[in-house]
Design a protein around this ligand. Structure first.
Ligand SMILES: Cc1cc2nc3c(=O)[nH]c(=O)nc-3n(C[C@H](O)[C@H](O)[C@H](O)COP(=O)(O)OP(=O)(O)OC[C@H]3O[C@@H](n4cnc5c(N)ncnc54)[C@H](O)[C@@H]3O)c2cc1C
Length: 471
């Protein structure tokens, strides 16, 4: 049977474009089908604009700290919201240029704009056109989950899809959801002077994070002026004089209300798969997304899927990782499998919170007393002290031989610092060996060495005790 393409990639976001680059590198006959703009959520309404907004907010908050560094503040203590939001959009446009269709076309691929709908396991319809493929890779991503709360539809609520279109900042905002998105955007707005309330049903913000690290961040957000309502659910919205009245209910059933200018929904993401008509191709899926095995293959032999449409980790680097696995298997007939044991991520707040592997609670539940935990404080790190960024700590969890299981860093530059642990874990480097590497003084990275040194000293003391016992 002859097909139009070896590979049809559906969706041109992080996963789809990553796969497209692999197709170009290998000269495969491929097409990418995109219903909107190449670049996906990450470029247009996710990672990039949220990080650009956070950067503006951090720069502004730094200007409020100038006198602590011995600098006269001068005129720097105000900002123009319209200019901040225009700046965010200018960064989106700059990044969008990296996702230009011409780049992929010049590489030898076709780019088709339109919604892909399955007709059967080898055919999709795009607009009025029928496209056939030997293999398909579904990368259709996710969209915000909108909870069914009374009155929410009547409120002109924000999500990540329209937040960055604003040319002003509201005086006050209620954010539904205290996960990474709610917390990052919440802090950006707080640092820019918006009154922010985060409503979270779990008993704390960032429930997937190691408890101690999440506490450090929550304390910082409270110092920034955040109002937090944890253990609470939103039960009703109503409009009053252009403002929104938000009613929440705690676990004991007590209700309370507050009035805000805007509402942001950040309660999770749903896979974007309904329009595909997966059933026509016999592809299995659940409410969480398309079902695949670890090789990213769906229930249909020639169809693979990856990224947010599959999960379980909805990050750009995971979308790209899964796309790499799927393409290797499609292009070279391999059976490479995804490994989710050390998935890293970061919450890019001030300070950052970076995570990989199990939390301490999870590691204790799984391995009992066969784990060790080493922790070093930013307040003992000379660079953190001189930069006036001494809040936070690094924590590494290892087995009895010093093999790293996971690590959690909350503090300045945690997003960069954590990679040393990631590299050590990926290459089986123990804490003992890590302690032998010379780290530049004064750097935040010396906090990694500080945890590794603790392991080494403990081992040396144990050896000494053993020798003493035998002599
Ligand atoms: C506010 C926010 C901040 C974030 N920050 C980070 C971060 O800092 N770091 C990080 O790693 N991750 C972050 N993420 C998550 C990250 O954006 C996603 O994990 C990533 O974009 C997923 O990539 P994807 O390719 O699976 O899906 P998407 O990027 O959503 O791309 C899917 C594409 O498929 C297209 N499509 C859908 N259906 C069809 C169809 N039927 N036919 C044709 N095309 C279709 C869509 O138009 C879209 O372009 C953030 C997300 C949000 C919302």
């Amino acid at each position: 049977m002859r097909y139009d393409y070896d590979i049809v990639i559906i969706g041109g976001g992080a996963a789809g474009l990553s796969a497209a680059s692999k197709a170009i590198e290998t000269g495969a006959k491929a097409v990418i089908v995109e219903k909107d703009k190449l670049g996906g959520v990450c470029t247009w309404s996710g990672c990039i604009p949220s990080k650009a907004l956070l950067k503006s907010a951090k720069v502004f908050s730094d200007t409020l700290q100038l006198s602590e560094f011995g600098i006269s503040p001068g005129m720097a203590n105000s900002y123009n919201a319209d200019m901040v939001m225009s700046h965010v959009r200018s960064i989106i446009i700059k990044m969008g240029e990296h996702a230009a269709p011409e780049y992929y076309e010049q590489g030898g691929m076709n780019v088709l704009f339109g919604k892909a709908v399955f007709i059967d396991g080898h055919t999709v319809r795009v607009n009025e056109e029928t496209v056939t493929g030997r293999h398909f890779l579904i990368c259709t991503g996710s969209r915000p989950q909108i909870p069914p709360i009374e009155g929410l539809r009547e409120v002109d609520y924000l999500t990540n899809k329209n937040l960055f279109d604003l040319n002003y900042l509201p005086a006050s905002i209620a954010i539904l959801g205290g996960g990474p998105i709610g917390v990052e955007i919440g802090q950006a707005l707080l640092l820019l002077g918006v009154k922010v309330t985060i409503i979270e049903t779990a008993d704390r913000l960032l429930p997937r994070e190691d408890r101690e690290t999440a506490v450090v961040l929550e304390e910082m957000l409270l110092r920034n002026g955040l109002k937090v309502c944890t253990g609470s659910k939103t039960v009703r919205f109503s409009k009053t004089d252009g403002q929104t009245e938000v009613t929440i209910e705690d676990r004991a059933g007590n209700r309370s209300g507050s009035t805000v200018e805007r509402v942001l929904v950040a309660t999770g993401r749903l896979p974007e798969i309904e329009e595909l008509q997966l059933g026509k191709a016999g592809i299995q899926y659940t409410s969480k997304g398309i079902v695949t095995d670890d090789s990213m293959k769906t229930s249909v032999e020639n169809i693979y899927a990856c990224g947010d449409a599959v999960g379980p980790y909805k990050f750009t680097h995971m979308a790209a990782y899964q796309a790499g696995i799927a393409m290797e298997n499609i292009l070279f007939g391999k059976n490479t499998k995804a490994d989710y044991h050390s998935v890293p991520w970061c919450i890019f707040t001030k300070p950052e919170l970076a995570h990989f592997g199990p939390t301490e609670e999870e590691a204790r539940a799984q391995y009992g007393n066969t784990i060790q935990v080493y922790r070093a404080e930013y307040k003992n790190n000379d660079r953190a002290i001189s930069d006036l960024e001494d809040a936070g700590f690094a924590k590494v969890i290892c087995d009895l031989q010093g093999h790293i299981l996971g690590a959690h860093v909350v503090g300045a530059k945690a997003d960069e610092v954590i990679h040393e642990y990631i590299l050590a874990k990926a290459n089986g480097i123990t804490l003992d060996r890590l302690s032998k590497a010379i780290h530049i003084y004064p750097t935040i990275s010396r906090i990694i060495k500080a945890t590794a040194e603790q392991y080494k000293i403990r081992e040396r003391l144990k050896e000494k005790e053993k020798v003493a016992a035998t002599t």
